[in-house]
Every structure is written in structure tokens, then in C-alpha cells.
Design a protein around this ligand. Structure first.
Ligand SMILES: C=CC1=C(C)c2cc3[nH]c(cc4nc(cc5[nH]c(cc1n2)c(C)c5CCC(=O)O)C(CCC(=O)O)=C4C)c(C)c3C=C
Ligand SMILES: [Fe+2]
Length: 433
């Protein structure tokens, strides 16, 4: 069944149309950081639009709820993922104000509204509050998912408490270990805060990150970011299984939004966590280069052996159809296992990992090409899990799998994703109570 499209009715709210609803904004919103009060008043004025938008498919995925959007909500086709670092000397009050401002902005951006007073500030000697490139593009199912890095709690050297939140650090939240075969580059790893922006249109996702970055000025700055196209996972049974850049169906055995029991067990952080993290999750991002040129020279037989699935239908090599469980004991006529002992799906499967499951929500990427004419493409892997140890477990069991010859992990990050935001509250509010 094809993915539900973002067919936007002609009367769906545009940024300009909704500007009238929210009234006059806050001049100078993005220049140099604005206190939470100004933004909060814009948020309050926009509340009516919230209610109207919540239940209709006008391209709006509501920002508010028990969980942050962008985890189990249907995966859109475009990604702009951004990592931020707090500026030196930023205080607890700066962090709180930033979360308030980001919350207010995220609620508006996901409704497809212009920020602040939009493209035309009352005082035309000031820059516009909204950079403008998403004008007329509607909401585009934009979701914004925010995460907090380990260093935010304990400082870069792990011994300080720069924002007075060290006592809120969950014991499970430890930096990822170094994995065998990691070739990580510092310039594409880590960060105090992350924002995952997903949308139907790349311009909408980029606009969101650009404006959140602008709002953060003086408090946090962008350290690295990644564009992605073509989701590589389904997060709902209503979505077709997409393909990765190796041409294989990816996401077949993902945890789907319909699997509420599996979500509680494997994705959502439960009641034993600090309040700010309940209903949240942990986000792992891995930038994985795929050597497309050597893959394209390998035989179909080899390609299918690597994954343990057929290329066209995505069925396990043990037989059956795409969604049938692989039979790891099945043999070929030669007596060899039908699914190689080092095939990716065998080693990643819950049976090989004490039942561990993770929710994958990654994207293809191509960052141009190198001087040898090789494409700099791969998978920007993203997974959500209730405990970072789940990712560590699966990654360690791929040590190495057959896929490893064709990939290189060059970027990495782990962030705790607070629970969803209630109307009238701000992101991770309980962290500061
Ligand atoms: C540590 C977690 C994982 C990494 C890193 C990873 C990289 C990676 N995967 C593919 C392509 C496929 N993966 C598939 C299945 C699959 N992968 C993981 C985990 C990681 N993958 C899991 C848990 C699973 C599901 C296993 C199962 O339950 O059967 C598949 C098969 C189809 C599917 O179920 O999604 C493909 C294809 C690439 C290309 C890649 C790095 C570049
Ligand atoms: Fe995989």
C-alpha cells in the first residue's frame, strides 16, 4: 500500500494565512536570543490554531502529545538532522530560555506558520523573524524531535555540572563505547543537543533547522548537520518498505507504530526513569558510508548472501515472503545454511540478541563525490530504544557481519529524547523542577 501522501487541500493553512491568527509577533526574535516571555505570548496566541489542527490530515503532525513526534509517526521522506553545542559560558537560565523558545517555535513550524512577525517585521530596519524560504509550502508533515547529549549533564570532561542538571542523569545514559571497525570523525559526532527535522519537502526541514539555529544564537550553535532523502524504514504497517542505496528493502522487521506492546518494552522509557524522560526514548545516530562502487561490482548472489534476504522481494533466503520470519536452521541442498552464519539479518535478529529490538528510522544520503569519482553516499542510521544498551548489544553482535566489508561508520551520537510536550509547557520542563 503506498504511503499516505501529503495532499494538501487548497484551504490548508499556509504560513501567511495563519499569521493573522497569531497576531503581531516578536520583533527581533532570532537576533541574539529573546527571553521566553515574548515567545510564550506568541505561543499562547497560537493555541487556537493548535486545537483546530490537531486531528485533520492537512499535512500537520501535532507537536504536542505523550511522546515527541518523529519516532512512531509515519516516517517522512526527507531529513535534516542537526547537532548543537551550548556556547561557552551559557547558563542554566540560557538553557531554560532556549528550550522555551524552541518549544514555541517548534509548535508554530510544525503547523506551517511563520515565526514571530513573519517575513514583515513592524520595524523594517530589523531582519524578518522568519527566514522565509518555507513561505507557501504548508506544514509538510514536519516533525521536530529534540534530544539531550550526555555532556549537557556533566560537561565535556564528565566531571562538571554546567546547567545544574547532573542529578537528573539516568544511570543508563552513558556515552556509546568504541566499536570495532569504527572510523569516527569528530566533526560528525556528538553534541549537547540534537534536532531531528523530518518532512515531505527538504526545504521545510532545512527551514526548520535554520530558524531553530538562528533562535539559539548566543546560547547554542550548530556544530554539524546531515541532510537525508528517502526514508530507509517504515514505522507503520500502512507504509511500503522503502529501499536503501544498496537497492534492498530496509525496515521490514522494524518495530511498527501498531505494535504498542513492543513500543512500551523496547522504545519508550518507562516510569522508573526521571520524570523528564518518561515517555521519551534514546536516539542513536550513525553516519555510515556505503562503498557503492564495490557493491555494484558484486554479484546478486553475494549481495543477497550479505543481507540474508532476496533483493527483489526482500524475503528471507530461508524461503517465504517478505514479512515471514527467517528460519535460521534452514539449509541449502549443499548442506550450507540458507542464511549465512554472518548474514546481516541473522546477526541483527532478536534471536541472536536475547530478544533485543530497536526502532530504526534512518535515511539515505549522498554528500557529493570524492576526487576519484566515488559517491559519498550511505545510510544516516537513526534508531530509538528505551535503553542505549539495546543499540550497543546489536551493534556488538555485528562484529563483523558480511555487510561490514561494504560500509564504514564515520559519525556517531547518542541523545536522550525527553517525553512529549503538553500544551502550556516547554520541552523537558521537568528537568528543571
Ligand atoms: C546496530 C544496528 C544496525 C546497524 C548499524 C545497521 C546497519 C545497516 N543495515 C542495513 C540494511 C538492512 N538492515 C536490515 C535489518 C536489520 N538491521 C538491524 C540493525 C542495524 N542495521 C536490525 C535490528 C535489523 C532487523 C533484523 C531482524 O529482526 O530481522 C535489513 C533487512 C530488512 C529489515 O528487516 O529491515 C537490511 C536490508 C544497512 C545498509 C546498514 C548500514 C549501512
Ligand atoms: Fe540493518
Amino acid at each position: 500500500m503506498p504511503e499516505k501522501e501529503s495532499s494538501v487541500p487548497p484551504d490548508a493553512p499556509t504560513r501567511r494565512g495563519l499569521l493573522g491568527l497569531v497576531g503581531a509577533g516578536v520583533a527581533g526574535l532570532a537576533i541574539g536570543g529573546v527571553g521566553g516571555a515574548g515567545i510564550a505570548s506568541v505561543l499562547a496566541k497560537g493555541a487556537a490554531a493548535d486545537d483546530a489542527a490537531a486531528d485533520s490530515d492537512d499535512g500537520i503532525v501535532t507537536f504536542y502529545g505523550a511522546h515527541q513526534a518523529g519516532i512512531t509517526t509515519p516516517a517522512q521522506d526527507r531529513l535534516h538532522f542537526a547537532s548543537f553545542r551550548m556556547v561557552e559560558g551559557a547558563t542554566r537560565d540560557d538553557l531554560i530560555a532556549l528550550f522555551k523558545d524552541w518549544t514555541a517555535a517548534a509548535a508554530k513550524l510544525t503547523r506551517g506558520e511563520e515565526l514571530g512577525s513573519g517575513l514583515e517585521p513592524d520595524n523594517s530596519y530589523l531582519p524578518p523573524d522568519d527566514t522565509g524560504e518555507a513561505e507557501g509550502l504548508h506544514a509538510g508533515h514536519l516533525t521536530l524531535t529534540f534530544g539531550l547529549g550526555h555532556a549537557l549533564f556533566v560537561g565535556e570532561d564528565g566531571t562538571t555540572d554546567p546547567f545544574g542538571i547532573k542529578h537528573q542523569l539516568p544511570k543508563q545514559f552513558e556515552p556509546l563505547p568504541n566499536f570495532a571497525f569504527d572510523l569516527l570523525e569528530g566533526t560528525q559526532s556528538g553534541g549537547d543537543l540534537c534536532v531531528q527535522a523530518c518532512a515531505d519537502d527538504p526545504q521545510i526541514a532545512v527551514h526548520a533547522i535554520r530558524n531553530l539555529s538562528r533562535i539559539a544564537i548566543g546560547r547554542a550553535h550548530l556544530v554539524w548537520s546531515q541532510l537525508g532523502f528517502g526514508r530507509t524504514s517504515s514505522t507503520s504497517r500502512s507504509q511500503d518498505t522503502p529501499r536503501n542505496l544498496f537497492g534492498f528493502k530496509d525496515g521490514t522487521m522494524n518495530i511498527m507504530s501498531e505494535e504498542t506492546k513492543a513500543l512500551s518494552q523496547h522504545v519508550w522509557v518507562g516510569d522508573n526513569a526521571p520524570e523528564w524522560l518518561r515517555g521519551g526514548s534514546y536516539l542513536v545516530a550513525r553516519k555510515i558510508l556505503m562503498t557503492l562502487e564495490s557493491w555494484d561490482r558484486s554479484s546478486l548472489r553475494e549481495q543477497e548472501r550479505v543481507f540474508g534476504r532476496t533483493k527483489r522481494s526482500g524475503a528471507p533466503l530461508s524461503g517465504g515472503a517478505e514479512f515471514d520470519q527467517p528460519d535460521f536452521s534452514a539449509q541449502q541442498q549443499s548442506g550450507d545454511p540458507a542464511i549465512d552464519v554472518a548474514a546481516h539479518v541473522r546477526l541483527a535478529h532478536p534471536d541472536n540478541n536475547e530478544g533485543t529490538r530497536i526502532l530504526r528510522r534512518g535515511y539515505n544520503f549522498v554528500d557529493g563525490s570524492n576526487p576519484l569519482g566515488q559517491m559519498g553516499g550511505g545510510l544516516f542510521f537513526i534508531s530509538f530504544q528505551s535503553d542505549p544498551a539495546a543499540f550497543v548489544r546489536v551493534q556488538k553482535s555485528l562484529k563483523p557481519d558480511l555487510l561490514n566489508e561494504y560500509i564504514r561508520h564515520v559519525g556517531s551520537g547518542l541523545w536522550a529524547v525527553p517525553g512529549g510536550v503538553k500544551k502550556g509547557e516547554f520541552l523537558a520542563q521537568a528537568l528543571f523542577e
